[in-house]
Design a binder for this molecule. Sequence first.
Ligand SMILES: [Zn+2]
Length: 164
Amino acid sequence: MAAIKGKDTKPEMIVRKYLFFRRLRYRVYSRKLPGSPDIVLKKYRTVVFVDGCFWHGHEGCKYFRIPKSNVDFWRHKIAMNIARDYANNVDLELAGWKVIRVWEYVIKTKAKRKKTLETLYNRITGLSDIGYDQSNGKDNESIAAEPNIQYGELKASPTEKGWN
Ligand SMILES: [Zn+2]
């Protein structure tokens, strides 16, 4: 658990391959932008992060379990990561980027993967935000401090009110 974000992690590769298959072209892991987005789609002025459930603090997710020792350390560290993600979102949006975050859990979970990837494609290309079903319970916690952010299968960005 040395790095916060490994390069070419598997869920990230799945997302990339899908977007490539859908004929979107992108750059990966841009260090020039806040937070080093995993995928940068310049044409659509959109960046995509595939967030690891542990490091980015996916509350209620089975991939998010605070280790039993050094609990305070881990809680603090992950709270800092969440705060940094939020700050990066804001910086990116202020610079005119659309920010989309995907939990690795939904990419890892085959039953959710296809729909999530399709939704992602539509979000990137701006085809449609309508009809996205976020009423599937578990993935829909919001962050207490930021009630406007819905943590759905794709995370909403700070300037959005939600998915509808
Ligand atoms: Zn998760």
